[in-house]
Ligand binder design. Structure first.
Ligand code: SAH
Length: 494
């Protein structure tokens, strides 16, 4: 059986620049063969079950030779697998995509190519440089600055200068002074605007603007390194006016998102769009308690309860799964009313076809307890060690309740050691906290004695902030308990 190979362009860095078709291919992949320049957020889209093969250069190791990559692709395809070959930028723009297809074609393995956004155009765009502009040029030339081993650059500089077009050099960082000399010797005006864009489209993007003559000196002063593109042509002067990316409010700021992985997406994407260097650091993982005899018994006969109370989507999920296991559906709930702590929890109920009868105006446990209509016994289906604010509040109002733990939360993250080191090195981090449990999760995941002085906690509400302050974390609090408000607070805290 012959499998199928999809060559996918991952774009230049910003995960938002992966195409919809590329993402779909990645989500279907059984084997993913990827490169060094592909962003972690894109790698996170691979199915957990997919076999992942890194063929890029690691700090100490050499990259896998091209012939070997070609053979891996062939071998996996011949096993009948759906293979995705994920490459930085566009696979066919100095990406050796063509070479990788040769062997597959020879063996009659079916394949497709999903173009990507090339760094040659996108890194320029994110630095405010349109690679063409009617007033300045009428052609665009993408050139490799890489010399074959032991050889001189084989670039026809005279021909390039004659085009009067925009020149973009890839793989040219170390050869840059030679490229500049070549262009000058071929008669290009030393005053021609030029630029380099390092790590384009990523939060660590840097632009170096100069003239052709001053580029080597400026780039050296800034310490511009690979990966970077070199641009030469009058359009480079537009960067001063159009450099929108570097002006974003969170440009380059490290922001840690502590929500559970399945709920982090929207917040991360919004922060990235504001230029933030987002680290998704889910440090609480919720795990339903199965079996949960107390919940089974309570759900068996709901007639004694006036309200079912939910304080998180995880609680709703545990409840939904238990009902299913009991072979029951929504009709079983007739008569009981449903309370949700906030819109996220209400949405989780809605997803199972249930409308929340009560959501407090302020989304926290104290307000939930204070506002819940006193109509009889309340069944609380929530986390082990849930906040006492809820039960205290109900007690104060003489509302009877039964508090059942339906899931547990665990604190761990594989990136903890790395994060601890960054903090120890004095790095400033904005950390978004969406609940008191994310604070506890964050602190516990880092372990005893971690240095929290560099952390500014941006908290969704006062209870979350109180939890952070208890650990000595400086806080900024969102005005309202919504994502919009949280994002605004992150900008304020930056
Ligand atoms: N296929 C890729 C290019 C691969 S060659 C593409 O279409 O973008 C590798 C070169 O691409 C690097 O040496 C650098 O010049 C450029 N490059 C790749 N990613 C880049 C980025 N994020 N910013 C600037 N240059 C980048």
């Amino acid at each position: 059986m012959k499998g199928f190979v999809t060559l996918v362009g991952a774009g230049p860095g910003d995960p938002g620049l992966l195409t919809i078709k590329g993402k779909a291919a990645l989500e279907q992949a059984e084997v993913v063969v990827y490169d060094r320049l592909v962003s972690p957020a894109i790698l996170a889209m691979m199915p957990e079950t997919a076999e992942k093969i890194n063929v890029g250069k690691e700090a100490s190791r050499h990259p896998v030779p091209q012939g070997e990559i070609n053979r891996i692709l062939l071998e996996k395809a011949l096993e009948g697998k759906r293979v995705v070959r994920l490459k930085g930028g566009d696979p066919f723009v100095f990406g050796r995509g063509g070479e990788e297809l040769e062997l597959l074609a020879e063996h009659g393995v079916p394949f497709e190519e999903v173009p990507g956004i090339t760094s040659a155009i996108a890194a320029a765009a994110y630095a405010g440089i349109p690679v063409t502009h009617r007033d300045f040029c009428s052609s665009l030339h993408i050139v490799t600055g890489h010399a074959r081993a032991g050889k001189e650059l084989s670039i026809d500089f005279e021909a390039l200068v004659r085009t009067k077009g925009t020149l973009v050099f890839l793989m040219g960082v170390s050869a840059m002074p030679g490229i500049v000399r070549g262009l000058l010797a071929a008669g290009m005006d030393p005053e021609t605007p030029a630029a380099m864009v390092e790590r384009g489209t990523t939060p660590r993007q840097r632009r170096c603007s100069a003239t052709l003559a001053t580029l080597p000196e400026r780039a050296a002063a800034m310490g511009i390194g690979s990966p970077a593109i070199i641009l030469v042509g009058p359009v480079c002067a537009l960067a001063e006016k159009f450099d929108w990316f570097s002006r974003l409010p969170l440009k380059g700021r490290a922001v840690v998102v502590t929500r559970p992985r399945d709920r982090a997406g929207t917040l991360s994407a919004r922060l990235r769009a504001l230029g933030a260097d987002v680290l998704e650091y889910p440090c609480i993982e919720t795990k339903p308690l199965v079996p949960c005899p107390a919940m089974t018994a309570a759900l068996e006969d709901l007639s004694g309860y006036a309200w079912l109370v939910f304080t998180s989507p995880a609680g709703v999920a545990a409840f939904r799964d238990e009902l299913r296991r009991m072979g029951k559906d929504a009709r079983h709930l007739a008569g009981a009313k449903l309370a949700a702590i906030g819109p996220g929890t209400a949405r989780a109920l809605r997803d199972m076809g249930l409308m929340a009868d009560f959501v407090p105006e302020t989304y926290d446990a104290a307000h939930l307890a204070a506002g819940l209509p006193a109509e009889g016994k309340a069944l609380l289906l929530r986390a082990e060690w849930g906040t006492p604010a809820l039960t205290e509040g109900l007690k104060a109002r003489n509302i009877p309740y039964e508090d059942i733990a339906v899931y547990e939360t665990r604190y761990e993250n594989p990136d903890a050691a790395a994060l601890r080191q960054r903090l120890a090195a004095g790095e400033k981090l904005l950390v978004s906290f969406t609940s008191a449990s994310t604070v506890e999760g964050f602190v516990s995941s880092l372990g005893e004695g971690a240095d929290l002085t560099g952390v500014r906690g941006v908290c969704i509400g006062v209870q979350t902030a109180a939890a952070a302050k208890q650990h000595g974390i400086a806080v900024t609090v969102a005005e309202k308990a919504t994502l919009d408000s949280l994002v605004a607070a992150i900008i304020k805290g930056a």
